[in-house]
Design a protein around this ligand. Sequence first.
Ligand code: GAR
Length: 195
Amino acid sequence: MFKIAVLVSGGGTNLQSVIDNVKSGKLDCTIEAVIGDRKCYGVTRAVKAGVQGYIFDRKILKKDLCRAIDKVVSERGVDLIVLAGFLSIIDEEFVNKWKKKIINIHPSLLPKYGGPGMYGIKVHEAVIANKEKESGCTVHYVDTGVDSGEIIKQVKVPVFKDDTAEILQKRVLVQEHRLLPESIEKIIKESKGVC
Ligand code: GAR
């Protein structure tokens, strides 16, 4: 069975969409671990769903955060690491060890509105400030840059004249909750040689 781990820093609605799709049988994998880099509701969601949850405090572990994550995902024999609203930067050594085995969801049409400092509501604020007509979300492989890895799937979302960043964030999130499970499914199928 294909094994995944999910890394979170916040509310974990994307994690919940993965949990729901595993429970319904749409996603043919097990969630071996959910790891938070701080106390957050995402880890609570994991525990509520009967998934092993860990909190590795980034402020305490600092440079050792990735070592701690590596230990868990290695011991659990994880095939794919999913960053779902994970805000710590993954270091180069970790990325190189897990090449093509880490994916991230980002709330914009990358390469637009990605890179250092672009996360969460800040992305939507920038999209609104620039009067964009469309935005969206992207799932991509993680490389040693920030939001720069190969794109796996992307969905467009319209931006309307009266949108606030919060309204746009909600519209994009609805699509994220479809895009992330679909992207994981694609990778699982590829691993089985079914495309
Ligand atoms: C999501 O919108 C995700 O795309 C974004 O954080 C939010 C997490 O929401 N990630 C980034 O901005 C990464 N650069 P969630 O905790 O409810 O899943």
